[in-house]
Design a protein around this ligand. Structure first.
Ligand SMILES: [Zn+2]
Length: 151
């Protein structure tokens, strides 16, 4: 179900709780639906952006060409990740200006060039995936949301 975008800073600052299998049909599906609905203006979302402090993120795979074949993707071109965790991070970083649908301004942040993340997919299967380029940037932005960090 498509949800409204939460702009309440207090909710956005809360650290997410671990997601469970029951969250697949609930918040994870809602997050995928909401990202689909906002795909023209938004390339990634964390569950607290729809008001639910659970460790679920969704990223739009068509944000980058050729990335549409990633395994374990949710509906259409959205990849949903439950309980994402960094396994490896590139030591090489760069600085970039990022915006956020939940915030007004853009902010400068430091990002790793690539990240390797383990997570559960929409079938509760364990997955491990390396992201590079723009997808790596989106994953880091959304995983910051789960920590209550906002750019
Ligand atoms: Zn954001």
């Amino acid at each position: 179900m498509v949800k409204d975008i939460n702009k309440d800073i207090e909710i956005l600052k809360k650290k997410a709780k671990p997601a469970t299998k029951d969250d697949i049909a609930g918040v994870a599906q809602d997050l995928a639906d909401t990202l689909q609905a906002y795909r023209m203006t938004c390339i990634g979302m964390a569950a607290n952006m729809i008001g639910v402090p659970k460790a679920v993120i969704a990223i739009s795979l068509d944000a980058e060409d050729g990335a549409g074949s990633l395994p374990g993707a949710g509906p259409a071109d959205v990849l949903v990740m439950l309980n994402p965790k960094y396994e490896k991070l590139s030591g090489k970083t760069y600085t970039v200006e990022e915006g956020c649908l939940s915030l007004e301004d853009k902010h400068e942040v430091k990002r790793s060039e690539w990240v390797e993340v383990s997570y559960r997919d929409m079938r509760w299967q364990k997955k491990r995936q390396k992201f590079t380029g723009l997808l790596a940037e989106i994953v880091q932005h959304e995983m910051d949301h789960l920590e209550g960090k906002i750019v």
